[in-house]
Structures are given as structure tokens and as C-alpha cells.
Write a protein that binds this ligand. Structure first.
Ligand code: PGA
Length: 309
């Protein structure tokens, strides 16, 4: 490996991540032949093939997989070093990789604006995915911080709650149940229900409550997006349960139903795997988020009370 360069490893890492030389070339602003050449030289240094082509698809060989894992560690260590140096220089700069569950996208991106103004040297990548997607990313150690509503119990993680994330029952504004108070949860079984996709944490929380109360809802439609569900409710396709935060700033054509056992009380947590060295940038972001969440609660005092009324 004496001949291998950091540049070659970077090219290899991108190609392995994308499973494509072309996409690696696009990402790194290189030509495809340059990528091929760099990988060819790296393969020579390693002395074993790194990729194999089966049909049109590119796969990592065993040596390739080992090298990919090694690259991840190398780049992580270099990034940590760069951030430490930046910190010694009194600068906050580097990269922040965040992965958040779908409901948090109603809150987190808005806050990033102010964070970026405070720390213009920090570049951010934000991935939005469902609960299952976050777990996958966490297992692959792909991000610095994760924001989710349910702390995984099968992974060893650090977590800190920072804001309530209640789930409420939503119906179109002209629905007959809107005027009723303290609706029995059993009544929901009479309504067509719109459900999030399997793998969604929201779905899991709803299902748990329904199971505990012996409620079997009629799922009329399954949708993988909170926004699509809101549109479907407004369009009269059924009722659903979503995070109260999906309705900020406006309720639109929707109303919150006053159903027993609701809202389902949940929190958002900042989570990262135990043993992970949080970068200075990530720690700065954690502190910022805790402050911003406090401010949010102060400015929206009525919100959670209203979610229950
Ligand atoms: P989801 O995440 O997108 O997986 O439903 C929301 C949550 O778990 O609260």
C-alpha cells in the first residue's frame, strides 16, 4: 500500500459508495477515465481486485469491502483532526452530517439557517428518512448525529430528548367528529384510515396504541410521506395520525380530533452511537439545538396544550 495515495482512496471510497465509476466521477468533478485509472493503480498497490462486474452491476470484492471500511475510518480520523485544528485556531469549521426522521424535517431545516449564519465555516448535509432508514444509517456509522423519536433498544447509543413530538388524530375540517369531545378510540375503527409505510416510527407508535386498545382500523391507503397524508386527509380520503409538528405553521384544511389516549406523547431525541467521538462541530450543533428547542417551547407555549383540546 506504500504507493497508494489519499486521492486514490477518496476516488475508491466514492466509487464504492455509489457502486458506480460514473457517479463517483460526477461527485468528484473528475472524468470517468481518471476514476478508472486511479482505481486501477490502487488495485495494483493492493494486489487484489477491488471490484467485480456482474452483468451491469459493480460489486465490491472482499478486499474491496475491507478497503471501503478502512477508508471510512481514515476519512473520519482526518475529519476529526481537521476540526481539532480548526478549533485550535478558534474557528468552527468542518462538516456536519445529520440524519433526521421525516417529522423532524418540519423543525430542523428551519433552525439550520440560523446555525449556518452563526458558523459560516460549517457545511451541512441533511438526510431525511424514516425510522428504519435512520437505524440503517446508524448501523453503517454514516452520520454525526441522528434525530429520531424512538431510541433504538437493540443498539448501544447515547441519547438526549430535546423537544416533545406529540402525535395527533387529524381529520378534514368539515368532518362530523370535529365537533365532538372525548371521542372513544374505538370510534376510529369506523373511519377509513390513512397509514404511513412499514418502517415508519409514526406507524409503529400508532399501531402499538391501537393494539393495546384492541382497535383494528380499516387502512384505506398507505402513504410514505406526511405531506401526502395531509393532502389525502384534506381530500376526504380518511383520517390519520401524524406529528403535531407537521401542521406548523398552519393547520390548513385539517382539524385535530379530541380522541381519548391522544395525543400520543413522544419526544425527539438527539442520538449517536456509544463510543462515537463527537466532532467539535457536532457538539456545537447539539448545544445550539438544545437552546433553540427551549426557545421554540417558549414561543409556542399553547401548541401542546392545544394539541390536546
Ligand atoms: P417516521 O418517523 O418518519 O419513521 O414515522 C417519525 C417518528 O418516528 O416519530
Amino acid at each position: 500500500m506504500n504507493q497508494a495515495t489519499l486521492h486514490q482512496l477518496k476516488v475508491f471510497e466514492a466509487a464504492a459508495r455509489h457502486g458506480s465509476f460514473t457517479r463517483a466521477a460526477e461527485e468528484l468533478f473528475l472524468t470517468q477515465p481518471t476514476v478508472s485509472m486511479q482505481i486501477k493503480q490502487l488495485t495494483k498497490s493492493v494486489g487484489l481486485p477491488l471490484f467485480e462486474q456482474v452483468g451491469k452491476r459493480l460489486y465490491l470484492t472482499e478486499a474491496g469491502r475491507e478497503l471501503f471500511a478502512t477508508c471510512r475510518q481514515i476519512f473520519e480520523t482526518i475529519a476529526q483532526f481537521e476540526m481539532k485544528v480548526a478549533d485550535l485556531k478558534g474557528l468552527k469549521q468542518g462538516q456536519l452530517r445529520l440524519a433526521v426522521i421525516t417529522t423532524a424535517k418540519y423543525f430542523i431545516p428551519r433552525l439550520l439557517g440560523r446555525f449556518c449564519q452563526l458558523y459560516p465555516g460549517i457545511d451541512i448535509s441533511l438526510q431525511v428518512t424514516n425510522h428504519e432508514g435512520i437505524l440503517d444509517r446508524m448501523s453503517g456509522n454514516m452520520d454525526d448525529l441522528y434525530i429520531m423519536s424512538q431510541v433504538p433498544d437493540h443498539l448501544d447509543v447515547n441519547f438526549q430528548p430535546f423537544l416533545a413530538n406529540p402525535l395527533v388524530v387529524l381529520a378534514p375540517i368539515n368532518h362530523p367528529l370535529v365537533k365532538e369531545k372525548n371521542i372513544s378510540i374505538q370510534r376510529l375503527a369506523d373511519e377509513p384510515f390513512i397509514m404511513r409505510e412499514p418502517g415508519s416510527g409514526t406507524r409503529r407508535a400508532i399501531q402499538k396504541l391501537f393494539d393495546e386498545n384492541g382497535v383494528a382500523v380499516k387502512v384505506k391507503l398507505e402513504l410514505g410521506s406526511n405531506e401526502a397524508i395531509k393532502q389525502a386527509i384534506a381530500g376526504g380520503l380518511g383520517i390519520s395520525v401524524l406529528s403535531r409538528h407537521t401542521l406548523i405553521p398552519e393547520m390548513g384544511d385539517l382539524a385535530i380530533l379530541d380522541v381519548e389516549h391522544f395525543p400520543i406523547k413522544r419526544n425527539w431525541y438527539m442520538v449517536y452511537p456509544n463510543g462515537k467521538q463527537l466532532s467539535i462541530v457536532a457538539r456545537t450543533y447539539c448545544d445550539y439545538l438544545l437552546e433553540a428547542a427551549k426557545e421554540f417551547v417558549d414561543n409556542n407555549a399553547g401548541l401542546y396544550a392545544e394539541a390536546q383540546s
